[in-house]
Design a protein around this ligand. Structure first.
Ligand SMILES: *[C@@H]1O[C@H](CO)[C@@H](O)[C@H](O)[C@H]1NC(C)=O
Ligand SMILES: *[C@@H]1O[C@H](CO)[C@@H](O)[C@H](O)[C@H]1NC(C)=O
Length: 426
């Protein structure tokens, strides 16, 4: 995904993080009975304060200079607290197995928007998924998720240790993460306005975007890295700005977006996959020889709606084979046809993705994109390019689509199974 560095927008001043665990707010993870687990709110979104009192360690977009002269001292001086998931963040589990993430939640401190959460195995370990030679299935209802928003379900190659949602990383090597490897990202921290900023360090790891979508557009996208675990980056390695194609990670990924690939009638309201109603999404990770020990060859997608299995749309783009799945060959052809840099292939392609898929953490979030308004997903991108040029039009959304005040989505019954097990039970 093109993760904006401004994901913490609307984050109110009091709400940030720290390394130690406070006791002012009890932490009760919303539980997801169907997957027999819990979710935890990302560390970056929590309140951090000086261990001995209530003074903020981070306010607006700057660090408390007394407590945080450097990253190590800051981590030693500051504490974080548990979170009230429903009242502050709008994270609830309204029915057995469902998780509801509200985009904007009004609370005592102002409001909160788009808090990412992670799936847990125990109070201090993430649930680790091995997706190779497996399929991952879940239901969504995106009927209230309009243009400009992204209801995302994806996997990041984060470390297993998890207390209070620490250790986030993704293929954008985000530098707006306040604590990385147990140290505050104080050095070089610059506020960008609002409540977020960026520091000298970023945090990189491979990412598999299963579902980045709203009512009008969808894409699934593998992103690989030249490192095979969460890695703190600095300088060129983080790939900021013009260093994009020197990064440790492939920020563009190799996306399969049906609209962008020429089938404009496949996904959307009243389309083949009708987004006014709930449906099931199945993603399959196929290996060379059909065993768990082998190399990732391709990533397939099916939808199930009203009891019908709907195979993914086929590509309709000149000089790209009419396939309906992602493989190294597809990535080369698509990138060439669209004039894009195949950094996905450069950094390792499907084989590298397969290695990462053996140990992934599941992330849910609803986010908006203050950098480029999600146009890379649902509108024309780059904005100044001719929309008739192959690859530029990604969805039918107005590039200016405004953000609604309140949006919600339900993700339920996520599960991992053997290839095609979903269809057997449907
Ligand atoms: C932060 O830690 C340093 C080193 O232990 C200490 O000297 C300083 O007083 C602490 N500052 C605050 C505000 O707690
Ligand atoms: C899974 O089911 C689909 C749709 O029926 C079929 O095309 C595909 O070959 C099956 N895959 C395997 C590995 O059996």
């Amino acid at each position: 995904m093109y993760r904006s560095t401004a994901t913490a927008l609307y984050l109110f001043a009091r709400l940030v993080l720290g390394q130690q665990v406070g006791t002012n707010t009890a932490e009760r993870h919303p539980s997801l009975p169907m997957v027999n687990t819990e979710v935890v709110l990302d560390f970056n979104w929590r309140w951090t304060h000086i261990t001995t009192g209530y003074t903020n360690c981070y306010t607006g977009n700057s660090w408390n200079a007394a407590a945080c002269p450097d990253g190590e001292t800051c981590a030693a001086n500051c504490t974080i607290d548990g979170a009230d998931y429903e009242k502050t963040y709008g994270i609830t589990t309204p029915s057995s197995g469902a998780l509801r993430l509200q985009f904007v939640t009004k609370n005592d401190n102002g409001q909160n928007a788009g808090s990412p959460v992670y799936l847990m195995a125990s109070p201090d370990k993430y649930r680790m998924f091995n997706l190779l030679n497996k399929e991952f299935t879940f239901d969504v209802d995106v009927s209230n998720l309009p243009c400009g928003l992204n209801g995302a379900i994806y996997f990041s190659e984060m470390d297993e240790d998890a207390k209070y949602g620490t250790g986030y990383c993704d293929s954008q090597c985000p530098q707006d993460i306040k604590f990385i490897n147990g140290e505050a990202n104080v050095e070089g921290w610059g506020g960008e306005g609002g409540d977020s900023g960026t520091g000298k360090y970023g945090t990189c790891c491979a990412e598999m975007d299963i579902w980045e979508a709203n009512m009008d557009a969808t894409a699934y996208t593998p992103h690989v890295c030249s490192v095979n675990e969460q890695t703190r980056c600095e300088g060129v390695d983080c790939g900021a700005g013009s260093d994009r194609y020197s990064s440790l990670c492939d920020k563009d990924g190799c996306d399969f977006n049906s609209f962008r690939l020429g089938n404009k009638e496949f996904y959307g309201p009243e389309k083949t996959v009708d987004t006014t109603k709930p449906f099931t999404i199945v993603t399959q990770f196929i290996t060379d020889d059909g065993t768990d020990a082998s190399t990732l060859k391709s990533i397939h997608r099916f939808y199930v709606q009203d009891g019908q299995v709907i195979p993914n749309s086929e590509v309709v783009v000149e000089s790209v084979d009419p396939v309906n799945h992602i493989s190294d060959e597809f990535c080369v052809q698509q990138k060439t046809a669209f004039g894009d840099n195949n950094y996905f292939g450069t950094v390792g392609g499907m084989a590298a993705m397969g290695n990462s898929l053996e140990k992934m953490v599941l992330v849910f979030s609803i986010w908006d994109d203050h950098a480029v308004s999600m146009n890379w997903l649902d509108s024309n991108f780059p904005a100044d390019a001719d929309p008739s040029k192959p690859g530029v039009a990604r969805g039918r959304c107005d590039p200016e689509a405004g953000l609604p005040a309140k949006v919600e989505a339900a993700h339920s019954d996520a599960y991992l199974g053997a290839i095609n097990s979903t269809f057997a039970t449907n």
